[in-house]
Design a binder for this molecule. Structure first.
Ligand SMILES: [Mg+2]
Length: 110
């Protein structure tokens, strides 16, 4: 296991695990979309609990480990969609980040 994760190492691991998980079958994009929505929902649920705690409401819990895990799931699912469609996610993130900076006249670029 390598501590340094890159877009490419995530993609390589997703490709390898997909072979085990789906046993060589392609999964429909609708499955990938529902999978991503589920993970975003799980992340939002963790945020809800954190906000409940900060607002002093019952049912609050500041579980940063739980949020961390769900954010990781979201990122993994995003890469799975990009993988299925042959999208270079690193290039897409760079281009979009820079386009947004340019749009709002901010100097930070990737
Ligand atoms: Mg999850």
């Amino acid at each position: 296991m390598n501590d340094t994760i890159t877009f490419q190492s995530l993609r390589d691991a997703n490709l390898e695990r997909h072979k085990e998980w789906a046993k060589g079958n392609d999964l429909p994009l609708s499955f990938r979309g529902v999978e991503l929505a589920g993970e975003v929902g799980e992340a939002c649920n963790e945020l809800k609990k954190i906000e409940r705690k900060r607002l002093g409401l019952v049912g609050g819990k500041e579980d940063l480990d739980g949020l961390q895990q769900e954010l990781a799931d979201v990122l993994i699912c995003v890469d799975l969609i990009a993988m299925d469609l042959g999208i270079d996610l690193a290039a897409a993130v760079r281009d979009k980040f820079n386009a947004t900076s340019e749009k709002y006249e901010l100097s930070t670029r990737l």
